[in-house]
Ligand binder design. Structure first.
Ligand code: GLY
Ligand code: MN
Ligand code: MN
Length: 437
């Protein structure tokens, strides 16, 4: 049984008498008639491994064996394939992708009604796939119209996300191997960039070093817009302009990770001095972020939760900022009143997987979701000292010597049965390793 087959079985087992309709992604226009490179929908990929646009998967646990996994795909079309590349086609969707039955996409609207017979609900994510949605709602509405004559119809529409995302949150062993590979390539890219960075280079040159390595190692490319941010640019959390010169005396923050052919991602941030040596303010802040990250990673084990990891990092960040005088008051007061937020305005991490900010709940109502083995999260505390946000009342004005320092250290961490495994630990992050002799 293939990985995708096993996942579908687990998904089908959860659905009961619900018919799931899971669409693939479509091509997205970049400008004029040029399209972005195709990026498959992660839920669709997780269940099918099929990498073409516009396809639709039906998962029908209430149907007889041999009719439970249906794929609608673009049929083969030599004239179009000359332009767009080869398509799998109907027969091979069955042969290579394990579909029980496959049909051309343009038969979806006429066939869907029959496939829904016996379903008590429909699981379909509204608001994301407008063309498919129009058909699904139209077919469903017609079935409701006929319900009194037929005696039954799917009476509710539910979201499939909780079922799939619960599965995606705990990675299977094959996924973990792929994530280790994404981490390994991304670590190498960071190490290369740190070794070649010099004052006078442009941020973009280092972006090229990193992304070249991703491609050379067979990845699709960057998992997200690489951030190569020197000096004050590092205080812009989603900086992607990457077009400033590296100045002697500044720090350089690089947040970059690759995405593999099967969409598994890494997400790594490292910060280091452009000229190889921290000045005293940079070093002081770096040591605080490093200690916060270590403290957060140490708490990771089954039974902990994402909020606990965040609080562990936050406490060390605040203690450090109080010690160097960038904040005043007690740790508890600063945290309770949010007096640290002009220096640390994001959370300490997120789930990682097929999506960089991967799916899965962090909380169920008021209850935080416990970490369990097989979950992967980033741990990415930072400090950003700039003038963009106002200093909270009662807190000290920021001396110029601290301004323009942005630091983040980000690793990808697997929760294991008895603690954690840091996929990205070979990207050096201790002060003495990050400095160049
Ligand atoms: N690179 C995106 C993030 O760190 O969340
Ligand atoms: Mn991240
Ligand atoms: Mn990142």
């Amino acid at each position: 049984m293939t990985t995708f087959n096993k996942r579908r079985e687990r998904f089908l087992a959860q659905l009961g008498d619900v018919a799931a309709i899971i669409p693939a992604a479509s091509l997205v226009t970049h400008h004029a008639d040029c399209e972005h490179r195709f990026r498959q929908d992660s839920d669709f990929w997780y269940l099918t491994g099929f990498d073409e646009p516009d396809a639709i998967a039906l998962l029908l646990p209430f149907r007889p064996l041999g009719e439970r996994f249906i794929l609608f795909v673009h049929p083969k079309d030599p004239a179009l394939e000359v332009w767009q590349g080869s398509r799998c086609g109907i027969k091979d969707a069955v042969k290579y992708f394990g579909a029980d039955l496959a049909h051309p996409l343009d038969e979806f609207s006429q066939r869907l009604g029959d496939y829904l017979v016996g379903a008590e609900s429909i699981a379909f994510r509204v608001g994301k796939h407008s063309k498919v949605e129009e058909i699904v709602l139209g077919v469903w509405s017609a079935q409701l119209d006929m319900a009194s004559r037929r005696g039954l119809a799917p009476y509710s529409l539910i979201a499939p996300c909780p079922f799939i995302h619960q599965l995606r949150l705990r990675k299977d062993p094959e996924e973990l191997e792929r994530m280790r590979e994404a981490a390994r390539i991304s670590v190498e890219a960071h190490e290369l960039a740190r070794k070649v960075a010099r004052p006078g280079m442009n941020e973009r040159e280092l972006q090229a070093v990193i992304e070249k390595h991703f491609l050379e190692k067979g990845a699709r490319g960057p998992a997200y817009g690489s951030i190569v941010a020197t000096g004050d640019n590092a205080c812009i959390l989603h900086y992607t302009a990457n077009n400033a010169p590296l100045r002697d005396g500044d720090l350089l923050l690089i947040d970059a990770g690759c995405s593999l052919e099967d969409y598994y991602n890494a997400d790594i941030t490292r910060t280091f001095p452009v000229n190889g040596k921290f000045n005293s303010e940079q070093r002081a802040l770096y040591e605080i972020v490093f200690a916060a990250q270590q403290a957060a990673i140490e708490t990771i084990c089954p039974g902990q939760n994402a909020e606990g990891v965040h609080q562990a990092a936050l406490k060390v960040l605040v203690e450090g900022l109080l010690e160097i005088g960038l904040l005043v008051g007690s740790v508890d007061e600063v945290i309770e009143k949010g007096f640290y937020r002009h220096f640390y305005m994001h959370r300490t991490g997120h789930w990682l997987g097929l999506d960089v900010h991967d799916v899965g709940a962090y909380r169920l109502g008021e209850y935080p979701v416990d970490l369990q083995s097989g979950m992967v999260l980033t741990v990415e505390p930072g400090l950003y000292i700039s003038e963009r946000l106002p200093v909270p009342e009662g807190q000290p004005e920021i001396d110029d010597c601290w301004k323009g320092i942005g630091i983040r250290i980000e690793d990808d961490v697997l929760v294991t049965d008895d603690g954690s495994e840091v996929f990205t630990e070979s990207a050096v992050s201790k002060v003495e390793d990050v400095e160049r002799c």
